[in-house]
Design a protein around this ligand. Structure first.
Ligand code: SF4
Ligand code: SF4
Length: 180
């Protein structure tokens, strides 16, 4: 069998150059056929949803936007060790470490913290390796269940601590739930 005659999908059709008859040249049958297909689809189950008003349920292991976690007292867990950045195959994470000053014990759990922590969401492939590499339980992708929002400028996809750090109220609420 020649390769020209093989059809992997079974939908291969020979194109004919034969002259059209008068009725064929009016395209009436083709138009009616097309309309019939359109009308038939009006009564089939829709596969699309009205996003963002409607949202599909997410998988329990869905990897959404990263979250830098706080502990039960609302202190940031991240100690800017850099292991997540080293583990990241897309080189999406950058950070700048700083020393905790006296009086900042309620803000940061360890003596060292991330003064700047940025993730380039255009580079990120949401593999979760940063989460696995973190020795401090500081970064999670599954907790936020938030999708990275669309934007029109590249700079808007560089997420800093303002977008990544867990809201303080959420940390305190979580600790209350653990106690009760
Ligand atoms: S999820 Fe993967 S690609 Fe994204 S920042 Fe973490 S390690 Fe890098
Ligand atoms: S998120 Fe975790 S691995 Fe990354 S710098 Fe902070 S403590 Fe280290």
């Amino acid at each position: 069998m020649s390769l020209d005659t093989i059809s992997l999908s079974g939908k291969k059709m020979e194109v004919s150059n034969k002259k059209m008859s008068f009725w064929e040249s009016l395209y009436l049958v083709a138009i009616v056929k097309g309309l019939f297909i359109t009308i038939r689809h009006l009564f089939t189950r829709k596969v699309t949803i009205k996003y963002p008003e409607q949202k599909r349920p997410l998988s329990p292991v869905y990897r959404g936007q990263h979250m830098l976690k706080r502990d039960d007292q609302g202190r940031e867990n991240c100690t800017a060790c850099g292991l997540c950045a080293v583990a990241c195959p897309a080189e999406a994470i950058t950070m700048k470490a700083a020393e905790r000053k006296p009086g900042e014990e309620k803000l940061y759990r360890e003596e060292k913290y991330a003064e700047i922590y940025e993730i380039n969401m255009l580079r990120c492939i949401f593999c979760g390796l940063c989460e696995e590499a973190c020795p401090k339980d500081a970064i999670y992708l599954t907790e936020s269940k938030v999708m990275v929002a669309s934007a029109s400028k590249r700079e808007d996809f560089i997420y800093g601590k303002d977008k990544l750090v867990m809201p303080l109220e959420m940390a305190l609420r979580n600790s209350k739930n653990k106690v009760s």
